[in-house]
Design a protein around this ligand. Structure first.
Ligand code: AMP
Ligand code: GLY
Length: 426
């Protein structure tokens, strides 16, 4: 079978790396990919007609969609409408089900209806701004403001001061300043605890759990500075245990699948559940994503022992995942993001990258993210340039290998956090 992965980041390189190992994979294409991708195809993941033509021409049997944009934009629905493309399976939810990520109001209202634990919220628009100001006055800091729509990781603000919160709310609800993502803005209660990422592959009724992970979102060590797309990840989430996973599935994942089915929008594909876990171990949903996480995928894929392809295929058939068991390694893994100087603010591109020949060691993989090949040179093309990922018998060994791999990469101003996994000492 020929497989196409859509996207260009480290997550997509990790998905491609895993899928290429499948005995059922003949050729693996990545569109548009990066310098690490095996067969790069110069296609925009949002250009559905061109992707459909490529799928026809190359008889692609499976399309795995890395980022949320095409899913929220309706790529699954588009392919379903093309009757001659029913030989091709797309992994992911349809446009309505992808609203779990595409609209925070949709997700919040859905969670309220199905009693899924999450922070209480209120929604405001430009014409109800004064109600938002009143709500801020009535609330306690910190104030959490979230744009309803997709905002490329820039949609959440956490503010200490009520005046700052009001000013930002006014900016976010102004479509001229914030674009369509901000027309509706949520004011949400602040949750405390530890963050954890849970991933499931779903067929509309059943699911298999993928390895859990912990993502490091802030740019600087000690979780300081602005939010980024993610600066590193470890897997498993160190506090994972069967009782906790049982609560996540019973209180969150199963109600999501039952609720979406009851609403006529069965959820298929990857579901990313971003959780805050309080001191008593109660899981609360921070957000849902209709895709895998980046850089969590780079750590998660290293721990999946099963061939992923039969699971992906099964996720496209209602009930297909029933009784399927994904084998997950009992080892640990880690991914350390190597970022351009200035990221997540303005950063230079076209930095010349040097890789030492030591780069690829056993159980360590250098996943490319913002890289491109120009003639004989490897150049940076994004803020997150690589994820140095590794597996080890325990977290410390995985981290040691990932950091040792990171040292084999050099470009001007390269920055990375040296404290991934720091809260937990073996
Ligand atoms: P999101 O894009 O919704 O994942 O939010 C980005 C980050 O903001 C999360 O990973 C959390 O660190 C933080 N965050 C979001 N919502 C809350 C909340 N209600 N309470 C505390 N932190 C939050
Ligand atoms: N690492 C966070 C995300 O992919 O949304």
């Amino acid at each position: 079978m020929h497989i196409l992965v859509l996207g260009s980041g480290g997550r997509e390189h990790a998905l491609a790396w895993k899928l290429a190992q499948s005995p059922s994979c003949d050729t693996l294409f990545v569109a548009p990919g990066n310098a690490g991708s095996p067969n790069r195809v110069n296609l925009d993941p949002l250009d559905f007609p061109s992707i459909a033509s490529f799928v026809r021409e190359h008889q692609i049997g499976l399309v795995v969609i890395g980022p949320e944009g095409p899913l929220v934009g309706g790529i699954v629905d588009y392919f379903k409408e093309q009757k001659d493309l029913n030989f091709c399976k797309l992994i992911g939810p349809n446009q309505t089900a992808a609203q779990l990520e595409g609209s925070k109001v949709f997700a919040k209202e859905f969670m309220a209806k199905y009693h899924i634990p999450t922070a209480p919220f209120q929604a405001f628009q430009r014409d109800s701004l004064y109600l938002g100001f009143k709500a801020i006055d009535a609330a306690k800091p910190p104030y959490v403001l979230k744009a309803d729509g997709l905002a490329a990781g820039k949609g959440v603000l956490i503010l200490q001061n009520p005046d700052d919160a009001k000013r930002e709310l006014a900016i976010m609800t102004n479509p001229e300043k914030y674009g369509a993502a901000g027309k509706t803005v949520l004011l949400e209660s602040f949750l405390t605890g530890k963050e954890c990422s849970v991933f499931a592959l779903c067929d509309g009724e059943n699911y298999v759990l993928l390895p859990t992970a912990k993502d490091y979102k802030r740019i600087a060590e000690g979780d300081q500075g602005p939010n980024t797309g993610g600066m590193g990840a470890i897997s498993p989430w160190p506090e994972e245990n069967p009782e906790f996973m049982n609560r996540v599935t019973k209180e969150i994942l199963e109600p999501v699948l039952q609720g979406m089915k009851a609403e006529g929008n069965p959820y298929t594909g990857f579901l990313y559940i971003g959780l805050m876990v309080d001191a008593a171990g109660n899981p609360m949903v921070i957000e849902f994503n209709a895709r895998m996480g980046d850089p969590e995928t780079q750590a998660v894929m290293l721990r999946i022992e099963s061939d992923l392809v039969p699971f992906l295929e099964a996720s496209t058939r209602p009930g297909g995942l029933k009784d399927m068991q994904l084998n997950i390694s009992s080892s640990a893994s880690a991914a350390v993001v190597l970022a351009a100087p200035g990221y997540p603010g303005h950063y230079p591109k076209d930095l010349v990258i040097q890789l030492s020949t030591e780069a690829e060691k056993k159980e360590a993989v250098l996943f490319h993210a913002g890289t491109k090949q120009q003639e004989q040179r490897l150049l940076s093309s994004g803020g997150r340039v690589f994820a140095a990922a590794a597996k080890g018998v325990n977290r410390q060994e995985a981290l040691d290998k990932a950091y040792s791999l990171a040292k084999s990469v050099a470009f001007e101003g390269m920055q990375y956090r040296r404290d991934i996994g720091y809260e937990w000492q073996d």
